[in-house]
Design a protein around this ligand. Structure first.
Ligand code: BGC
Length: 760
């Protein structure tokens, strides 16, 4: 692995040490010795104890509808009698050790519990939200953040994270778009594999790696209208070509668990889908780990209307291949009876238990069930300054520069006055985003703090929020919300801005405006913030807009009026420092959008790899368009500026025609035509011109980061093989079809050099 940034060296030793740099998780999940030990356990287990392994409950802390309190009171007793195999949301070395003790010292067969938690973008050290990290287009970076999250979580007794979320998301209304890698299956697959490597390393039994979980299987991101939990109706064509590639990549990277999904697909809830779970995942892909349901998704088969009661729901889910029941209690209540009555084949239960036990063995829990719960390691890991250093580096790489008219950025650090404005400017909560691991109450570095630290006393920094944030305290989910009415802060903000050399204005979305159950029909900036921006801009043109958000936003006319726009997402604990690094040019931004930004919410779902349609236009009328908005996005997939400029030239192919086993070399020269050293993400796309089924107008098939000094030019090469051209064909096979292809290379999905070749 090439280490670009010297700052990184020490951190990458962490990656290398765990084998996260290697392409594949070491070895298959099964081995004869473990299978024998599992056989012997299965022989000794009662049916009740077997079912216990398939039951998962949450601790008192809930991430879904309220749990049953009586159940919590009885929890300890039930662990001691082998009726619970896993818990989620129990955290900390001490708590996990004490709870584990109930299982291994109290229960008859001493089978350890597996503790799971949503470690989505950090455990204690908060990293950028996953959508932001995907903007780095840097798989070392993505793996590093997962690696550090694993080190911290494992030290606190966690064995298993419910991540990565690898759902392709094409609709910005869907709140959970923040949790994944955006709209593209190729980028999504790379990120999925990188995160799995980061969490799992190549030795799951190491005390600083944790089991990963590819979720939500499948097509959860395709909810109609972008409304969370809503119906999904995708064809097998879309499923195989768009939805599944990141799941498959996670599976190939050795992920040991999958989570199924809340949604139905074409009339079959994913949790009850034998096609998804048995035919594809456990059959075609040979997955040997286990599938956990989503929170209560087995019980919800009743609400879906495919099961008349919990008993029927349990029967459907186990038959379809859902191995572990998160929270719905229906396995707990009904599986023993279902198996005894013959309504469920006992072999299905044995298979599910075997899968769960395999992962427990692989984690080393049978050798030492307390190995992860170490107070000293927990104390050290959670306070390691290298983790904050990494969080800052990952955050800088995730920032996308969207506009920089007249070179307003970077700002100078000596002399002058800066006005720092906006409700998010001094907010230490929002940058942490949704899903916070155990960083809930730790403040992030605010933008204002980051700016002050960067400029010291050389620049006069004035702060005026302009608009307010209200703090709402909902227990663990401490959060803030915009005040949409109060304009009393406007005059002070305008005064602060009037004679400043530049204004930095931070608006966007608060942390919990995106995430689970946070779908919106409106994805524009708040009207009160747009007014604040307009009034400030009227007295001072030098406005740098800093956007903090978890989904693409509609920013309207601002895109043309404000000279500089920085996409700063929800960047985690070090957000303020990372943004300041970019604002003052200590870091030259290189992030690229992993998702298209619409002009209008009505364009959603909006994605670059769309189909041509029979009437692509443009023509006078009767083509596929809106009468009141262009088809194009405001900012395309893959877009992002730098403080320098890059030019692409000399696109060349090693040959005009390739056979199925040949390699095509695609070379292009990238030149730095500006004044600063910068990093460009060169992207390669293809178009299959004629297929047995319709093909997208463009598909990403490769990207490379290249660093160039001013005036420097480098030839970079991509290799394309028939594997890159394969798709799910009309014949129901994953293969490339002969014919003509376009190949494109450039700095974003819209601005590309083109060449052509043929596959024989
Ligand atoms: C979410 C999952 C999460 C689970 C456990 C569910 O509501 O959909 O992504 O892992 O809760 O917290």
């Amino acid at each position: 692995m090439k280490i670009r940034n010297p700052l990184y060296r020490r951190l990458f030793l962490l990656l290398a040490a765990a084998g996260c740099a290697s392409p594949l998780f070491g070895g298959a999940l099964t081995n004869p010795e473990t299978e024998k030990r599992i056989d012997s356990l299965l022989e000794r287990m009662t049916l009740q104890e077997k079912v216990g392994q398939l039951v998962q409950y949450s601790d008192v802390f809930n991430t879904g509808p309220a749990a049953d309190n009586d159940r919590n009171r009885r929890r300890n007793e039930r662990i001691r009698t082998g009726q619970i195999g896993s818990l989620l949301n129990v955290t900390g070395a001490q708590a996990t050790r004490e709870t584990q003790k109930l299982a291994v010292e109290g229960s008859r067969l001493r089978i350890p519990l597996i503790f799971g938690l949503d470690v989505i973008h950090g455990y204690k050290t908060s990293f950028p939200i996953p959508l932001a990290e995907a903007a780095s287009f840097d798989m070392e970076t993505v793996a590093l953040s997962a690696r550090i999250a694993a080190i911290e979580a494992a030290a606190a007794g966690i064995h298993w994270t419910f991540a990565p979320m690898v759902d392709i998301a094409r609709d910005a209304r869907w709140g959970r778009i923040m949790e994944g890698a955006g709209e593209d299956p190729y980028l999504g697959a790379q990120v999925a594999a990188a995160r799995v490597r980061g969490f799992q390393g190549n030795d799951l039994a190491a005390v600083d790696t944790i089991a990963a979980c590819a979720k939500h299987y499948a097509a959860y991101g395709f909810a109609e209208g972008g409304r969370d939990y809503n119906t999904v109706d995708v064809s097998e064509h879309t499923l195989r070509n768009v939805v599944l590639p990141p799941f498959k990549a996670a599976s190939e990277a050795g992920v040991v668990t999958f989570m199924n999904a809340f949604n139905e697909i074409g009339g079959v809830p994913a949790t009850a889908s034998a096609f998804l779970q048995r035919t594809i995942l456990k059959g075609e892909w040979g997955f040997e780990g286990f599938i956990v349901s989503d929170w209560n998704s087995i019980g919800e088969l009743v609400q879906h209307g495919v099961a008349k009661d919990g008993r029927e729901a349990a029967r459907l889910a186990i038959t379809a291949g859902s191995d572990m029941d998160m929270e719905s209690s229906v396995y707990d209540r009904h599986l023993v009876e279902l198996a005894e009555s013959g309504a469920v084949d006992k072999r299905l239960i044995d298979d599910a238990v075997r899968r769960v036990l395999r992962v427990k063995f692989r984690l080393g829990l049978f050798d030492d069930p307390y190995r992860y719960s170490n107070d000293e390691r927990e104390r050290r890991a959670l306070a390691d300054p290298a983790h904050s250093e990494a969080a800052r580096e990952v955050a800088r790489q995730s920032i996308v520069l969207l506009r920089n008219e007249g070179g307003l950025l970077p700002l100078g650090k000596t002399g002058g006055i800066l006005a720092v404005i906006g409700p998010l400017a001094d907010d230490t909560d929002t940058p942490k985003g949704n899903w916070r691991g155990r960083a809930a109450t730790d403040p992030a570095v605010s933008l204002l703090e980051g700016i002050r630290a960067a400029v010291g006393s050389d620049v006069k920094v004035r702060h005026a929020a302009g608009a307010r944030l209200d703090v709402i305290d909902r227990g663990f989910f401490r959060q803030v919300r915009f005040d949409e009415e109060d304009r009393s802060g406007f005059p002070a903000a305008i005064e602060a801005a009037r004679d400043a050399d530049a204004v930095i204005l931070a608006i966007g979305e608060t942390a919990f405006q995106t995430g689970e159950a946070q779908s919106q029909v409106e994805i524009s900036l708040q009207p009160i913030h747009v007014d604040l921006l307009r009034e400030v801009h009227a007295v001072n043109r030098n406005v740098v807009l800093v956007l903090m958000n978890g989904r693409p936003l509609v920013i309207g006319e601002i895109a043309e009026t404000v000279p500089a726009i920085v996409e700063a997402w929800h960047l985690g604990a070090q957000a303020g420092h990372a943004i300041a690094d970019v604002l003052f040019g200590d870091y030259n931004p290189s992030g690229k959008l992993p998702v298209s930004f619409p002009r209008h919410v009505g364009q959603e779902p909006l994605y670059y790899n769309a189909k041509n349609t029979g009437r692509p236009g443009p023509q006078e009328s009767f083509y596929s368009y809106y009468t009141d908005c262009p088809n194009t996005p405001l900012y395309p997939f893959g877009f992002g500026l730098s403080y320098t400029t890059f030019e692409y030239s000399d696109l060349k192919l090693s040959r005009q025609e390739i056979g199925p086993d040949d390699e095509l070399r695609v070379t292009v020269t990238v030149a730095n035509t500006g004044q600063r050293t910068g990093v460009e993400v060169a992207q390669l796309y293809i178009r299959d011109l004629v297929g047995s089924v319709t093909r997208p107008v463009k598909e990403l098939k490769g990207f490379q980061k290249v660093e160039l000094a001013p005036g420097e030019a480098k030839a970079i090469a991509f290799t394309v093989t028939s594997k890159d051209l394969a798709f799910y064909t009309a014949a129901g096979r994953w293969e490339a079809e002969p014919g003509a292809f376009d190949v494109y290379v450039g700095g974003n999905s819209d601005d590309l050099q083109k060449a052509e070749f043929t596959l024989r």
